[in-house]
Design a protein around this ligand. Structure first.
Ligand code: PMP
Length: 309
């Protein structure tokens, strides 16, 4: 059982140094603070019978690189190749003697002081901190509300890039949902199609087919989303990535959300309409079971998803 995990007692990686929690600071005049000009990712580190294991580390590194590339934050890739990044992650886990399920948040901050609204050729720092693995949604099932806020479109702020400043869109959507008595929101794009939750991707099941908004639907290209489509293919469940209408959710046989900090969470209600009579459906149960076992190294033990510490 996980004992109480105090993230404030952990050492934090700041580039190549490990520093006490209180010493990990950014200047108020940095672009990271002034404009939210940072890109990040969050990945899971889980306890397995072969020791602690990081889930899909290379994919997380790759998405971080792509987010930085979209934003023109070019000094990150110049300083951090995958081997360097991965060694630092493993070192951080080791330094903190982690022996329980945790998340690591890795952020590339633009630390340059008052350069104005630009991104190229500026100083960056990579930080990584560890915190307790906790779901952002109720594990037994969540109730969702269509957001009054639309998802940020690719032509304004790309949802595909995991940019810190862009998360004010998620904050607006999530708070609106909570204020209305729901657990989270469903974002629609400017044309009214379904995108995702505030910090998780969405799948629905109709007539045995697993359906999810495609990668041009203003979504973050979730690493768990990709993984779940791989499970479905292995289980012989047909998958469709396509534009999704809101009303398809209302009449879906099952819906679930997925993400590093959403795991696989059944969605039991959307806009006051029960899904599957308010009960978790069989495909959701199967996918959730496979995912938990994969994260903890008991499903497909040879899988290259896991990096052992
Ligand atoms: N969408 C958004 C907006 C998110 O913040 C997240 C969490 N990173 C996800 C989807 C799920 O992504 P992943 O599976 O890579 O955690």
């Amino acid at each position: 059982m996980a004992s109480k995990f105090d993230f404030k007692k952990q050492k934090i990686a700041i580039d190549d140094s490990f520093v006490p929690f209180d010493r990990a600071q950014l200047h108020i005049a940095s672009s990271a603070v002034l404009y939210g000009l940072s890109v990040y990712t969050v990945f899971a580190v889980n306890k397995t019978n072969r020791g602690m294991a990081v889930f899909r580390l290379k994919d997380h590194y790759q998405r971080l690189i792509e987010s930085a590339h979209i934003m023109g934050i070019d000094s990150f890739v110049a300083k951090w190749d995958f081997d360097h990044f991965s060694a630092t992650v493993l070192n951080l886990i080791d330094t903190n003697n982690i022996d329980t399920d945790v998340f690591i948040r890795a952020t590339v901050h633009v630390t340059e002081l008052v350069p104005g609204t630009r991104s190229r050729g500026l100083n960056t720092v990579l930080s990584m901190f560890i915190y307790e693995a906790m779901s952002i949604l109720p594990k037994s099932g969540a109730r969702l509300k269509t957001s009054v806020w639309r998802r940020i479109p690719d032509y304004a702020i790309p949802a595909r890039a995991k940019v810190n400043g862009a998360y004010v869109n998620s904050v607006l959507g999530k708070q609106d949902a909570i204020d209305s008595g729901y657990d989270d929101c469903i974002f629609l794009d400017v044309a009214g199609h379904v995108c995702e939750l505030s910090a998780a991707n969405i799948f629905l099941i109709r007539n045995g087919v697993l359906i999810t908004p495609d990668t041009t639907s203003d979504i973050l290209e979730g690493i768990n989303r990709k993984t779940i489509m791989e499970y479905a293919k292995a289980e012989g469940i047909p998958v469709q990535e396509r534009t999704v209408d809101l009303t398809e959710l209302y009449i879906a046989d099952e819906i679930f959300a997925c993400g590093t900090s959403a795991y696989v969470t059944p969605i039991l209600q959307v806009d006051a309409r029960d899904i599957n009579g308010g009960k978790t459906g069989p495909i959701t149960k199967l996918i959730a079971k496979i995912h938990f076992a994969t994260l903890h190294g008991t499903h497909n033990a040879d899988s290259d998803y896991l990096t052992l510490v």
